[in-house]
Ligand binder design. Structure first.
Ligand code: NAD
Length: 517
């Protein structure tokens, strides 16, 4: 008994000791990994076990100011490096990212929870942007027109805008920073990244790789934090543009505050992506696609298909959808055969549970309820099993809110026209898909749907980097989208030069009345 009495406080002390000495996430300033002097820290727990992984600092003001100073200084040199030099950095970077893809993916699985396969996909989709940026010599070309008047020509250049900033969400910790800094850098800008405080590890590994490939110090700096760091970025006069990806609340706020301070802002926000299933669709392939797109990455994808509109007799497909969903393996992301990992936090799990509950209370049926799932090996994990809510109505809370979990809501429609109307009435415009074998129906859908990214028999129509990520309406604030030509336009200013060089008057180019000058 006596031993037991003394062991409890000892264990508590030991636990406290280990939590005090838990590894901390560093800052990356001027090419160096630095310990933060922060007094406030965010604890980051493995979503599968809720064990402490690292502590993430709320960067101090002087650390954030140091990041800006470093970015400003680096910009003076970086903007004048040749395009070929910048391209070389990206060519080397794509090589080392590919080499380290498993290491980065493992970090993502530990910090974010998704399966290793999903985590590799996360890195791969970002890597494609790095690869695309290697075509800078072509991508950054401006325009020119000769003889717009006598002896007068116009050229335009895409010039960098200065110090830029990227604010990232938790759900794609590698891909989203890679949507941002490769294009910002290739265009000659420098960038400060504030990764999600919930999983900054992938960004830090990418910074190690930037150092390895010889990217000069200060070209990218990383600060950490939450609201204060975001406010600092929005208000700092030396930061000229902000790329944001995340929730509506943060996105609207940053767009407003950054914009009010004269910054260029692109803000990708939440989503409610509908799949329309027509009776002429290939049943087996469509159900597979639905399952993958609704439940993959535990539904924590902005392009997840979270609503299926079953048209006509496809409502009879529900039992088969349930059967296939039941086969998905829910466990820690690094376990072999895992289909769904945990959601990011106990709070996220609670929120998902309460949205399922509210759906049921408002009249939805729940023939597959993932709330009771038990993952024996990981009893403390934030697991939610695949869930199906049917008979969902537009007025339901679970429909109005982005659930961001493995929950597929099912609605019914009698016709394609009705389904299109339902989707166009939803405020979000991130993505949608139609499943059909009828080209005429597909074409009608593509033409009439008011959503920025449309899949035809493709469940998650995320455009490749030579196009842009074109979520619309409530899912996006701004003018220029992420990556592709629009991404480069976001990170550049167009400078147009009109030149008059009179033939034979090299020494004295006098103003020309003909051109009103
Ligand atoms: P989040 O908005 O909570 O966090 C995103 C970033 O904003 C983080 O760096 C965070 O520190 C900061 N932040 C959070 N709340 C803030 C606030 N109130 N004010 C200022 N800054 C704040 O988003 P998340 O939960 O990390 O990510 C999930 C969301 O991101 C989902 O809504 C998802 O749809 C969306 N998302 C959208 C896209 C897209 O391209 N449209 C892509 C990925 C994720």
């Amino acid at each position: 008994m006596a031993m037991q009495r003394t062991s409890t406080p000892f264990l508590t002390l030991l636990k406290r000791h280990y939590s005090n000495v838990a590894p901390t996430t560093k800052l990356f300033i001027d090419g160096k990994f630095l310990d933060s002097q922060a007094t406030d820290w965010v604890e980051l727990h493995d979503p599968a076990t809720n064990e402490l992984v690292t502590k993430v600092p709320q960067s101090t003001r002087s650390e954030m100011e140091a990041a800006v100073e470093s970015s400003k200084k680096a910009y003076e040199t970086w903007k004048n490096t040749s395009v070929l030099t910048r391209q070389q950095v990206m060519l080397k970077l794509q090589h080392v990212i590919r080499r380290d893809i498993k290491k980065i993916a493992a970090n993502i699985t530990t910090e974010q929870g998704k399966t290793l396969a999903d985590a590799e996909g996360d890195v791969m989709r970002g890597l494609q942007v790095v690869e695309h940026s290697c075509a800078a010599g072509t991508l950054l070309q401006g325009e020119s027109l000769q003889n717009i008047a006598r002896d007068m020509d116009i050229v335009s250049y895409k010039v960098p805008i200065g110090v830029t900033a990227g604010i990232a969400p938790f759900n794609f910790p590698a891909m989203i920073p890679l949507w941002m800094f490769p294009l910002a850098l290739i265009a000659g800008n420098t960038m400060i990244i504030k990764p999600s405080e919930r999983d900054p590890g992938a960004t830090m590994l990418l910074m190690e790789l930037l150092n390895e490939v010889g990217c000069p110090p200060g070209v990218v700096n990383v600060i950490h934090g939450t609201h204060d760091a975001v406010n600092f970025i929005c208000d700092n006069k030396d930061i000229k543009a902000i790329s944001f990806v995340g929730s509506d609340t943060a996105g609207k706020y940053i767009y407003g505050r950054g914009g009010a301070n004269g910054k260029r802002v692109q803000s990708n926000m939440g989503a409610k992506n509908h799949a329309v299933v027509l009776p002429d669709a290939d049943k087996s392939a469509t159900i597979d696609q639905l399952i993958g797109a609704a439940y993959g990455a535990a539904g924590q994808r902005c392009m997840a298909l979270s609503v299926a509109i079953l048209v006509g007799e496809t409502r009879d497909w529900i039992p088969e959808i349930i059967e296939r969903a039941k086969k998905l393996k829910v466990t820690a992301g690094h376990e072999p055969g895992a289909d769904l990992g945990p959601v990011i936090s106990p709070k996220a799990k609670e929120r998902i549970f309460s949205l399922i509950e509210s759906g049921i209370k408002q009249g939805a049926k729940c023939p597959l309820d993932g709330r009771g799932i038990v993952v024996e090996k990981y009893p403390k994990g934030n697991f939610v099993g695949p869930t199906l809510l049917t008979h969902v109505q537009p007025s339901f809370e679970c429909y109005k809110e982005e659930i961001f979990g493995p929950v597929l809501s099912v609605m019914f429609a009698d016709t394609l026209d009705e389904a299109i109307k339902m989707i166009n009435s939803n405020p979000y415009g991130n993505g949608t898909a139609i499943f059909t074998s009828n080209g005429s129906h597909a074409r009608q859908f593509v033409n009439e749907i008011d959503v920025g990214q449309v899949g035809v028999n493709v469940p998650i129509p995320v455009p490749l980097p030579m196009f842009s990520f074109t979520g619309s309406r409530g899912s996006f604030h701004g003018d220029l989208h992420f990556y592709g030509k629009q991404g480069l336009n976001f990170y550049t200013e167009t400078k147009t030069i009109t030149s008059l060089w009179r033939k034979g008057q090299a020494a004295s180019n006098k103003p020309d009345r003909e051109n009103g000058q």
